[in-house]
Write a protein that binds this ligand. Sequence first.
Ligand code: IPE
Ligand code: IPE
Ligand code: MG
Length: 239
Amino acid sequence: MKIHLDTKCLPRHIAVIMDGNGRWARRRGLPRVEGHREGMNSVRSIIQTCGEIGVSYLTLYAFSTENWKRPRGEIRFLMKLLVEYFKREISELHGRGVRIRMLGRREPIPAGVLTSIDNAVRLTRDNRGLNLNLAFNYGGRREILDAVDTWLQMKPRPGLTEEIFSRVLYTGGIPDPDLLIRTSGEYRISNFLLWQLAYAEIVVSPVLWPAFRRPELMQVLAEYQRRERRFGGVRPVHA
Ligand code: IPE
Ligand code: IPE
Ligand code: MG
């Protein structure tokens, strides 16, 4: 089925909770990490599609501050996967004008992983294409506390308004997400962008992340375009 999207009503910012890698693998009798590996192909497909259709910001939840509770081998695999991803894809991403940012705390991410993230961020900082934000060692509550710290250290310290507070979050300067997608059928926020999601449209897809590709994204976008965004008012507006 061909999906027709209204290009004037696309979300400017899409945030994704990429969930279901472990279940995808288990259902095939594979170790959980194989789901993470296949999930990288979905990452590639979604980044490419967002770039093509003209989405400005894509934020991917890749590792939460709670994910350190996982078995050590799985954590190590996820760290290695990110380094390998950048090694393999950074020149193509850069060539397509993607600008990479990292959202999250640096400690306790291993030094080698931080170097590879820092290099990708530095290389792409002047790019003007898709803004790709990687939420890595990200926690929404931690971000809010860090923002309070940043604000307390400002000299002179401005009065605390919503605008000032937004500016000191990790996402300072990035518009709030219009659309939050969570894959794998889970109806939870899991400590993601607690402040920024205030008025995002939420779409939960039953599809597990490693199987979530361009057609699944198009379907979610069609659902988004059927929504009425009211922002507390009465007249429907689209971002
Ligand atoms: C999402 O898939 C990837 C990360 C959280 C890093 P999961 O690993 O959470 O997969 P499920 O939810 O166990 O299936
Ligand atoms: C959320 O998925 C974190 C990421 C996708 C990186 P989880 O699988 O960790 O979340 P819970 O534990 O199901 O809430
Ligand atoms: Mg999960």
